[in-house]
Design a protein around this ligand. Structure first.
Ligand code: ADP
Ligand code: MG
Length: 242
């Protein structure tokens, strides 16, 4: 999509609250969040530790449910979906990337991606598609390596291939460069923003890192469970994609 052209709304969060626990142990992790994201946007969510970033991302990925408010993703009101449909949603509408990579240690890079695959899109041999994905993330010669035999950056590349295997329209990344050195983190970020842009996917990226945030088109700041700044740059030329 050309810079400045808005796609349809793909994420619509309205008045979302989330409280954990009860009584004196209650934590109000989100206290009324509104967020609208258009298809193809690259949005960074920044904020201090404990501000509610991960909680918000879990709402977007239907990993957890709000205490109140609504979350619509790709036209689905998540609260009204059945469990069976939510399982499909988590597998193929969104793709997750985590700080700790979360690979299965006993499986090779190829098998880690394969294990996440449901109905491989586009037909063809599943093995070809997984091989193509691993090649796309720069691991064509590392497919049979286990996580312990890969560097942190390589492990995160496997995780990115895994997140893409069911061709999700939305990628949700929670501090994806948080365990990587600066240079490797930058390469992983380039990869993530690149695969998002080339597939016209939406990328919502949590980060602590100002450099990472600077690569996004839009930076949303969350503090104590509230969005305190939403640099909605609709119409402005994009950052890395510019
Ligand atoms: P961030 O990702 O910005 O560091 P989180 O969304 O993980 O913040 O957490 C927001 C707040 O909610 C924190 O105070 C955290 O301790 C609390 N919290 C998160 N998950 C849980 C949970 N499962 N049970 C209780 N409190 C939680
Ligand atoms: Mg977090």
């Amino acid at each position: 999509m050309a810079p400045g052209v808005q796609g349809p709304v793909v994420i619509d969060v309205a008045a979302v609250t989330k409280s954990y626990g009860s009584g004196r142990g209650r934590v109000d992790a989100l206290r009324g969040v509104d967020l609208t994201v258009h298809e193809g946007e690259i949005v960074a969510i920044v904020g201090q530790s404990g501000s509610g970033k991960t909680t918000l991302l879990q709402m977007l990925g239907a990993v957890d449910v709000p205490t109140s408010g609504t979350v619509e993703v790709s036209g689905h009101d998540l609260a009204s979906m059945r469990e069976r449909d939510l399982t499909g949603f988590r597998r193929s509408v969104v793709g997750f990337v985590f700080q700790q990579f979360n690979l299965i240690p006993t499986l090779t890079a190829f098998q880690n991606v394969e294990a996440a695959a449901v109905n491989l899109p586009g037909g063809g041999e599943p093995a070809d598609r997984i091989g193509d994905l691993l090649t796309q993330v720069g691991l064509g010669d590392r497919m049979d390596h286990r996580p312990a035999e890969l560097s942190g950056g390589e492990q995160q590349r496997v995780a990115i291939a895994r997140a893409l295997v069911n061709d999700p329209r939305i990628i949700l990344a929670d501090e994806p460069t948080g365990n990587l050195d600066t240079e490797t983190g930058h390469e992983v970020l380039e990869l993530l923003t690149g695969v998002a842009a080339s597939g016209q996917r939406t990328l919502v990226l949590i980060t602590h890192d100002d450099r990472v945030a600077a690569a996004a088109e839009r930076v949303v700041t969350i503090r104590d469970g509230l969005i305190v700044d939403d640099g909605d740059t609709s119409g402005a030329p994009g950052g890395l994609r510019g």
